[in-house]
Design a protein around this ligand. Structure first.
Ligand code: NI
Length: 435
């Protein structure tokens, strides 16, 4: 069966991170050409980061191909090594899951998900299992394939090693996004020796482990994760844009629930508000739709919604100062004061802390069911990596972030500020978020 699924001629994508991405299997090529997968071209990988790093326009389409390519390389390496612990029959299934793992990401996922209590994994599974082109390609391979792919993505599939290739502390997803996000933001932090990491990963008793001699390559990968977390993912300007989006969706939701009549409200967004979103709507829900909606909303009668959208489109982001969350009196004073000046704190002020991010630095313990990284010594004994590496021990589980208060820049220019507020806002010089 496997042979008949091979393409007559291998397909090759040019890619700035992996140089080339190779497709030999017809189902992979067919999946890439489905409308649901092509939609990922219209979703940015890094959400609002392009407002901080203008190069960060890369899409989830390119990331998904990259995760596929890394998975393909790991599997070829396992096959070449002839490791008995690798279940060879899982190859095509793994490749499909790697390619499709982000299929259900929405536009500016994190803010939309937060406001409307949605989960992209759940939407990925709905698209894989529903009446979609992706579902048809998977069913043509084998009727059990859609369920198995959904199982891998929702981490319920019974072979842990298959799940951990796509989702673990050392998985193809993270390896690709660190390199890709580093490349497109133009920073140098994301780099590590991918080829070397791939060479030292081994299948062992149903899990992925790392050959002890490969420890330094994995240290480099974890350092890159640490740096990217602080320098890119938690950049306060990106957070500021993210919070603005959150305010826009929050305001729109309140207006909708109050029966406000929008001059412009696309069908998928209307059904999102009513919690009646269908798979077909989800297919149309992309960043082009959201951004043109924001354009229209700058003319809405509601002054708050119109103002927030104009701020987002024209990059008039919120300013920020470090704040002590325990200092409740000053915070309350500030919120009252801004309300008197005409700014509704519900939409124009936020206190933010890195803990809320989907990205994280390495943790030596279990994390959402994800095993820590184990090194395997010559006697096949396993050691959690932070017990062997000083570097990993010193960066794992660190939470040195600061709380930041975000607010409209206009408040800085207000004359006659009360003394406590002046002192608070005097900390407002741009402050890097790194520890
Ligand atoms: Ni991903």
């Amino acid at each position: 069966m496997q042979n008949s699924t091979l393409l007559i001629e291998e397909k090759v994508f040019k890619d700035p991170v992996h140089k080339y991405i190779y497709v030999q299997d017809r189902p992979i090529w067919d999946l890439v050409n489905t409308k649901e997968f092509q939609r990922l071209r219209r979703i940015r990988q890094l959400g609002t980061s392009y407002l901080t790093f203008h190069g960060a326009e890369h899409s989830r389409f390119s990331h998904s191909l990259g995760v596929y390519e890394i998975t393909r390389k790991i599997i070829s390496q396992f096959e070449r090594g002839g490791y008995p612990d690798w279940p060879r029959e899982e190859r095509l299934l793994c490749l499909c899951a790697a390619l499709l793992h982000d299929l259900g990401h929405g536009p500016f996922s994190h803010s939309i998900e937060k406001t409307f209590a949605m989960h992209h994994e759940e939407w990925t599974c709905r698209m894989v299992l529903g009446d979609t082109e992706v579902n048809r390609v998977l069913r043509d391979i084998d009727p059990s394939f859609p369920d198995k792919v959904a199982g891998i993505i929702c981490k319920s599939y019974d072979k842990e090693i298959v799940v951990s290739l796509v989702s673990s502390q050392l998985d193809a997803d993270r390896m690709d996004y660190l390199l890709r996000d580093g490349y497109f933001t133009g920073v140098n932090y994301g780099t590590f020796d991918l080829e070397r990491v791939l060479r030292v990963i081994r299948p062992h008793q149903g899990h992925l482990v790392v050959k002890e001699s490969g420890m330094h390559a994995v240290e480099d990968y974890l350092m890159s994760r640490y740096q990217m977390y602080w320098q890119i993912y938690f950049h306060p300007v990106t957070r500021s844009a993210e919070l603005l989006l959150h305010s826009i969706f929050g305001r729109a939701k309140v207006l909708f629930e109050d029966g406000y009549r929008f001059a412009h409200l696309p069908g998928p967004i209307r059904r999102l508000m009513r919690r009646e979103l269908t798979v077909d709507d989800y297919f149309r829900l992309d960043e082009s739709l959201v951004q043109s909606m924001f354009q229209e909303w700058t003319d809405e009668r509601d002054p708050v919604l119109a103002d927030l959208c104009a701020r987002f489109l024209n990059r008039r982001l919120f300013k920020y100062v470090p704040v002590d969350p325990e200092d409740r009196d000053t915070i309350a004073l500030f919120l009252d004061w801004m309300a008197v000046k005409g700014w509704d704190p519900l939409y124009y002020a936020q206190i933010d802390f890195p803990r809320d991010l989907p990205y994280d630095v390495y943790r030596p313990g279990e994390l959402e069911g994800k095993r820590p990284i184990y090194l395997m010594d010559d006697r096949k004994e396993l050691h959690e990596i932070s017990t062997k590496s000083d570097i990993v021990r010193s960066i794992s589980g660190l939470h040195q972030g600061r709380h930041q208060l975000f607010f409209p820049g206009e408040l800085l220019g207000e004359p006659d500020k009360p003394e406590a507020i002046r002192a608070l806002l005097d900390g407002s010089a741009p402050s890097p978020a790194n520890p």
